[in-house]
Design a protein around this ligand. Structure first.
Ligand SMILES: [Ca+2]
Ligand SMILES: [Ca+2]
Ligand SMILES: [Ca+2]
Length: 342
């Protein structure tokens, strides 16, 4: 692709900086309002105990609205420091976990902690290997969620790293990409977003309309606000930006809130598994019970034929078949319901 620099094969999902602001009084951004994050805060859940790795251009770790939530970081680009010299990673971080301490903005999960992994240079491009190394590092650090507002072409090693993260129990959230043509019937694919293992996030505006730039494909799982998003920006500033990059951290913050509930329950250790059904379940009426075909008894003196094992190491990953006809808008409604309702 011609817009890739030299042999840089990953890039952030391009964004438009629409305006830059100095410090506001504590503000809940419209996107955070739209997904009803407040409904979780009201129940005392602000993402406590959850660690989110943000693989991006780094983060301004001195930003007053972020510094208390950044527990560390690592540079994979050779810069030697995970400071954000671009602005993209800092903006993403604010949507996830800007602190609620009386000024600036509030992120979706204002008590979640951030691990800042710089895998894109200050010009917004990066080697695929930097991203893969960052994913592996996040797995070693046992983070709970990974946010990747970046994308590129399919790479077997990238998918393998994502699969390792998912196998380790980490939720991976990635941007759909901004190559959309405004037509939901045509596919635009960016990776890791389009891998079935990740939660792929497209962008809507504040009225819930799909953003024209948002990639569409059968692996998109959810739509979140990604137009005119207000968040943190380097040097203690704030900016409005557009992109599926901005939608993705709304979902990541929501995942952090949901994981926080699970972690709290687990840590307390007082929950007893109880599958009691309060309402008596109507027994099925005349429906015959369908039993699986009984397996034929194997001949005792025949060696079982070994099932040939697939060799995934050698095969390029095939394009996943379209299996999910569920409308992304329906899914957005679902996450709204989860966050809004008790
Ligand atoms: Ca704040
Ligand atoms: Ca399309
Ligand atoms: Ca997906």
């Amino acid at each position: 692709m011609s817009f890739f620099k030299k042999n840089r094969d990953v890039r952030l999902i391009p964004v438009k900086v629409k305006s830059v602001h100095t410090f506001p009084a504590e503000t809940i951004p419209d996107g955070v309002k739209m997904i009803n994050a407040q409904s979780q805060w009201d129940k005392g859940n602000e993402g406590e105990g959850v660690v989110v790795a943000i693989i991006d251009t780094g983060i301004d770790y001195n930003h007053p609205d972020l510094k208390d939530n950044i527990i560390g970081g690592k540079d994979f680009t050779g810069k030697g420091d995970y400071m954000d010299g671009h602005g993209h990673g800092t903006h993403v971080a604010g949507t996830i976990a800007a602190t609620n301490t009386g000024s600036g903005i509030v992120g979706v999960a204002p008590k979640a902690k951030i691990l800042a992994l710089k895998a894109l240079s200050d010009d917004g491009t990066g080697d695929m290997n930097w991203t893969i190394s960052a994913i592996r590092y996040a797995v070693k650090q046992k983070v709970h969620v990974i946010n990747m507002s970046l994308g590129g072409q399919h790479s077997y090693s990238l998918r393998k790293a994502v699969q390792e993260a998912v196998a380790a129990g980490i939720t991976v959230v990635a941007a759909a990409g901004n190559e959309g043509d405004g037509d939901e019937a045509t596919e635009e694919l960016s990776y890791p977003g389009a891998y079935p293992e990740v939660i792929e996030v497209g962008a809507v505006d504040f009225s819930g309309m799909l953003a024209e730039f948002s990639n569409t494909n059968n692996e998109v799982d959810i739509l979140a606000p990604g137009v005119n998003i207000f968040s943190t920006y380097p040097n203690g500033k704030y900016a409005r930006m557009d992109g599926t990059s901005m939608a993705t951290p709304h979902m990541t913050g929501a995942v952090a809130l949901l994981k926080s509930i699970a972690i709290a329950d687990y840590t307390k250790g007082t929950h007893i598994l109880d599958l009691t059904v309060e309402e008596p379940v109507e027994p099925p009426k005349e429906e015959p019970i369908l039993l699986p075909e009984p397996k034929p008894e194997p001949e005792p003196d025949l060696e079982p034929v070994p099932v040939p094992t697939p060799t995934p190491e050698l095969e390029p990953t095939p394009t996943p078949p379209p299996v999910k006809p569920i409308s992304p808008l329906l899914l957005l409604r679902l996450i709204w319901l989860i966050l809004r309702k008790k």
